[in-house]
Design a protein around this ligand. Structure first.
Ligand code: GDP
Ligand code: MG
Length: 163
């Protein structure tokens, strides 16, 4: 069974950019259809010779004003439930937000292994970028740039090391 890696984070942190980077090679092999991956949420990744499934989630608005979970959040929770491991993305440029803290809490409760990735960090100093995210208590923040591919391979290797 292929391990399933689920990408979680508030809107605009770069989940789909990371998804496209992780699934690009395989998709290109299967069909050269530009634009297709944009709306797709399941894809195949390969790290070394190890295949895995990647799931992009649409977003994570934990609870709506009326207390009912958004459809989107439901789907995200379902994806988390099916995850072998989770990559939780946050945004180096926006810094730590209250929504990040809420998501972190939810992920801790899920009991799944979580890898915290601080995205959009190209051209920034790793230690400086990572510093404020330690308080999420999800281990050492891994500093990456999905758009530039920096740190992405190391992140996935670490996340899938036990599979
Ligand atoms: P999602 O809502 O979490 O799926 O985020 P998207 O993948 O749609 O990205 C949101 C915005 O952030 C887009 O404008 C991306 O180009 C940008 N973005 C994603 N990754 C990076 C990155 O590594 N560096 C920078 N500077 N921008 C990024
Ligand atoms: Mg997206």
């Amino acid at each position: 069974m292929k391990p399933t890696l689920v990408l979680v984070g508030r809107p605009n942190v770069g989940k789909s950019t990371l998804f496209n980077r992780l699934t690009k090679t395989r998709d290109a092999l299967v069909a050269d259809l530009p634009g297709l991956t944009r709306d797709r949420h399941y894809g195949h990744g390969l790290v070394g010779s190890k295949p895995y499934l990647v799931v992009d989630t649409g977003g994570f608005e934990p609870v709506a004003k009326d207390g009912i979970l958004h459809e989107m959040a439901k789907q995200t929770l379902q994806a988390v439930d099916e995850a072998d491991c989770i990559i939780f993305l946050v945004d180096a440029r926006q810094g730590l937000t209250p929504q990040d803290k809420t998501i972190a809490e939810g992920l801790r409760k899920s009991g799944r292994p979580v890898f915290l990735a601080v995205n959009k960090a190209e051209g920034m100093r790793r230690e400086v970028v990572a510093a404020e995210f330690h308080e999420l208590a999800l281990g050492v923040p891994l500093v990456i740039s999905s758009a530039h591919g920096e740190g992405v391979r190391e992140l996935v290797e670490l996340a899938l090391a036990d599979f």
